[in-house]
Design a protein around this ligand. Structure first.
Ligand SMILES: [Zn+2]
Length: 322
């Protein structure tokens, strides 16, 4: 069913909307094709370093988020008015609790603030909150409705002082970044020597697992396994660790966060409302996500804290290498 949405993504892309890119990590041009999504988006594995990334990819994948403010507002108005929860609020609280264990106060920067749903949950504590978000409409909504201190800019153009932040977060953002090395260099510059970097990304191996399962059961649809119109890199925990290491960070803790229970309102009403959907409307998927999450935790601890194929996401807490 078609529904009105805030984002500007399309169901099908043509050759003229995409570009060929080399591996975002090792810059190799040799790759193996794994899958094609939405007409012209390729999911490939780099033959140099093993990274799964999107090639060809959209020319400016972040601009999918440059939709109209009114449409974004409509998808979340009850949240802006304080009358409904966001479907990710439980995930946000879990993330903040974890960050607090490492850095309970100080300057806190959320990169890719979106409409401020994550950052708003950190209000009222001992952190001094900052956001940076390139989408003009999303950053405007975050300032207007949540009173957040959000700059409309790409991180590299935001002009933050060196050694300024105690906490920097990338919550479901890093996988959208086409040049992750460049971003990590800037984070290294603005993070204090004892500061903490929190990264949460979808688990690329889980996407591979879903792809295999879909191929085996003959249920392969032509899009939405990898969300590759917006997710341009699909990290495994080992590739994420290698990338952080190359740019001067060391991981001090790794874990798996609870799955995101995506709302299903758009299947019933004409809008992608961001409120949690009632269990009975989506109990099969909600239960499956929970079950896989528990299995992934078992897999994680049995393998000596390695994020395997069943985990919905990867959480890495890192510090600057001294
Ligand atoms: Zn590579």
């Amino acid at each position: 069913m078609d529904y009105d949405k805030g984002g500007k993504e399309k169901d099908t892309y043509t050759e003229s909307e995409v570009e060929q890119v080399s591996c975002p990590f090792c810059r190799t041009d040799k790759f193996r094709n794994l899958y094609t999504e939405r007409g012209a988006l390729g999911v490939v594995r780099c033959l140099g370093c093993g990274l799964i990334y999107v090639n060809p990819r959209l020319k400016n994948p972040e601009k999918v988020y440059w939709g109209e403010a009114e449409k974004y507002f409509d998808e979340a108005k009850l949240i802006f008015y304080g009358k409904a929860k966001h479907h990710r609020d439980q995930n946000y609280l879990e993330d903040l609790k974890r960050i607090k264990q490492y850095k309970p106060s100080g300057r806190f920067l959320d990169i890719g603030t979106n409409m401020g749903f994550f950052l708003r949950m950190a209000k009222g504590g001992s952190w001094d909150l900052y956001g940076v978000e390139p989408s003009p409409s999303l950053s405007e909504l975050a300032r207007k409705y949540f009173g957040l201190n959000v700059k409309t800019a790409y991180l590299e153009a935001a002009g933050f002082e060196s050694n300024y932040f105690d906490v920097i977060t990338l919550t479901d953002v890093f996988e959208h970044i086409a040049d992750p090395g460049k971003m990590l260099n800037e984070i290294k510059r603005i993070l204090k020597p004892d500061g903490v970097l929190f990264i949460k990304v979808p688990n690329g191996l889980f996407n591979l697992f879903k792809l295999k399962l879909a191929q085996l059961t003959g249920r392969l649809k032509n899009y939405d396994l990898f969300d590759s119109y917006e997710h341009v890199v699909h990290y495994s925990s080992s590739l994420l660790e290698k990338m952080l290491k190359k740019h001067g960070f060391k991981i001090i803790d790794q874990d798996i966060g609870s799955p995101i229970q995506l709302p299903v309102w758009h299947n019933y009403v004409g809008s992608y409302y961001q409120y949690p959907s009632p269990w009975r409307l989506d109990y099969k998927r909600q239960t499956a996500r929970r079950l896989l999450f528990y299995l992934s935790k078992i897999e994680f601890y049995l393998s000596g804290k390695r994020v395997g194929y069943l985990a919905p996401n990867i959480i890495a807490i890192a510090r600057k290498e001294s």
